[in-house]
Ligand binder design. Structure first.
Ligand code: AHR
Length: 547
């Protein structure tokens, strides 16, 4: 099969479908013959114009702003150093929480923060993190580097941080090494409005009013670090925790009741999702859940070894090609959920995702520190676009992790702070928070490098609550600009303007020495023959508002 035959095979299969790219056809189209041919290296393909049709008259699901959530685990300097510096620190802070980080996070309107883990959550005991700082128990963080865990950042500090950045709580309770009694006590401590002993203790520790808790995770990866439980065993534990982990605040009922998230898919094995959903279908009055999780990282093979700096097109293509796998995983998990929950009552919660790369040379490997490049910014955009296309089911997601760990928004080193390219994607995407998805149909074209192939462009559109239409376009081709023609049915648009994030190299990063290497800059679309025409630089992401 020649490159041209392979491409027409792909194009024949890639008829655009309203509401989403025909990803399934993309996979079929690339077939065995294409894969074999691709072994011969990069195939030069003419970069033709991409025509996008957005139908503003057919609004889809509401994009829950919680899909732009963050994850902050007691891991490396994610919390200690990244968020918490202590009241006596020379780094400017409010009650121990660093002010530069708070200001940066406020600007991206973080909707929720998942805490205290991850694997750490299943060895976290809340009692050690309340009360006077001086008497807090010092323990070891056995999950992450066996370093001292001072417990200085506990329940009150977490809620103070949330209040400072304007985010909601997503707590994970300890099923792996904790008990249902311990989880029940923690929730009584945080939420009881009556003067129980624990509520009085909370008040004595500085917070008389109950804390608001939007989400609770019932364990974390209990198929692995959370106790290596079989799916059936987990389901039995989860049901007990779902019942006893009670929010006792009468003001948090109905629409504001804490939503319980059970552990699901581990990206390789669907047993948990199947068992949890089956149990939910037959549930009795005493327990319920509102979501099932999915964890999936881009690793490029285990152990993670893709470099976060100084890489070329090979590592660019491997990571981004793998990023599209998220679509398949969501479709599979959603398929299982649909079997038991056709009305989509439960949310699919992607509460850990992102690029897990080789540790920064010289850093503690247990701290999962890595740099963050323009490639990773595109990886974030691709994933967020996938979540938005699945907005009817994906209603909460948390990138791993917020600061200094894995695919971070922010890197800190003592008093220094730098915003990563991924941070800038989150800032560009603020208008999509709470917007309504609009169907975008287009034939995406193909970017291929070696054995890897993927759509050349990726597009989503949405209408915000003020009625403005927004479009995100990602050009995944690192070698050529993309000409995109946008046609919006149901809206008269005279032009469009916004911002584009591009870089001179796919491995460009923002460092403490050069913090502004990757920065968004203005971009505009012109109106030509009734369409909005925009040219995206190679390897870039743009978000535009229609005028
Ligand atoms: O995010 C790092 C770790 O990855 C989390 O602690 C765990 O849940 C997952 O395996």
């Amino acid at each position: 099969m020649t490159p041209r035959n392979c491409l027409s095979n792909w194009l024949a299969h890639s008829k655009a479908r309203t509401g989403e790219i025909e990803m399934k056809a993309w996979r079929l189209g690339r077939g065995v013959a294409c894969a074999a041919m691709a072994l011969y290296g990069t195939v030069a393909l003419a970069a033709s114009r991409v025509d996008v049709r957005i139908d503003a008259s057919k609004p889809g699901a509401r994009i829950d702003r919680d899909i732009f959530g963050q994850f902050a685990e007691h891991l490396g300097t994610g919390v200690y150093g990244g968020v918490w510096v202590g009241r006596d620190s020379k780094i400017p802070n409010v009650r121990g929480i660093r002010s530069d980080v708070v200001a940066a996070l406020k600007a991206i309107r973080v909707p929720n923060v998942r805490w205290p883990g991850g694997c750490f959550a299943d060895e976290y005991h809340w009692r050690w993190g309340v009360g006077p700082q001086a008497s807090r128990r010092r323990t070891l963080n056995a999950s992450w580097g066996n370093v001292i865990e001072p417990n200085s950042f506990g329940t009150h500090e977490y809620f103070d941080f949330l209040q400072q950045i304007g985010a909601d709580a997503y707590l994970s309770v300890n099923i792996g090494s904790g008990s249902a009694e311990e989880a029940a006590d923690w929730f009584e401590y945080m939420t009881a409005d009556k003067p129980t002993t624990l509520a009085k203790e909370r008040a004595a520790n500085g917070h008389a009013a109950p804390y608001k808790i939007k989400y609770v995770g019932l364990g974390n990866e209990n198929w692995g670090c959370g106790g290596a439980m079989s799916a059936d065993h987990y389901v039995e534990e989860m049901k007990r925790f779902a019942h006893y982990t009670r929010n006792l605040d009468p003001a948090q009922t109905g629409a504001t009741a804490t939503k319980r998230i059970a552990v699901g898919w581990d990206s390789l094995n669907s047993d948990y999702t199947e068992a949890v959903m089956k149990a939910w279908k037959d549930k009795v009055w005493s327990w319920d859940i509102e979501g099932v999780s999915l964890h999936n990282y881009v690793v490029g093979g285990w152990p993670p070894h893709l470099p976060s700096t100084g890489f070329g097109e090979d590592e660019y293509a491997i990571a981004l090609g793998e990023a599209f796998r998220m679509d398949t995983l969501i479709a599979k998990q959603a398929g299982i959920m649909d079997k038991y929950d056709p009305d989509k009552k439960l949310a699919l919660v992607v509460d850990e995702w992102g690029a897990w790369l080789a540790p920064t040379p010289g850093s503690n490997p247990g701290f999962l520190q890595q740099q963050n490049s323009q490639r990773d910014a595109l990886l974030a955009a691709v994933n967020l676009n996938i979540f938005m296309r699945h907005a009817d089911r994906v209603r909460l997601a948390n990138i791993a992790q917020m600061i200094n760990v894995l695919q971070a928004m922010i890197l800190t080193d003592g008093p220094k702070m730098v915003l990563t390219p991924t941070y800038h994607v989150y800032k560009l995407y603020v208008p999509f928070q709470g917007a309504t998805a609009l169907p975008a149909s287009y034939t995406p074209g193909l970017y291929r490098h070696g054995k890897v192939e993927m759509p050349r462009v990726d597009v989503v559109a949405a209408r915000d609550t003020a009625g403005k239409t927004w479009v995100s376009v990602v050009n995944l081709d690192p070698n050529a600009p993309a000409d995109v023609a946008i046609d919006v049915a149901g809206v008269t648009a005279n032009g469009a303007s916004g911002q584009v994030l591009s870089a001179t190299k796919v491995d460009a990063v923002n460092s403490f020495a050069a913090p502004n290497t990757v920065q968004p800059r203005p971009i505009a679309a012109r109106r030509e023959a009734g369409k909005l025409m925009v040219t995206l630089p190679a390897a870039s992401v743009a978000v535009l508002a229609l005028q």
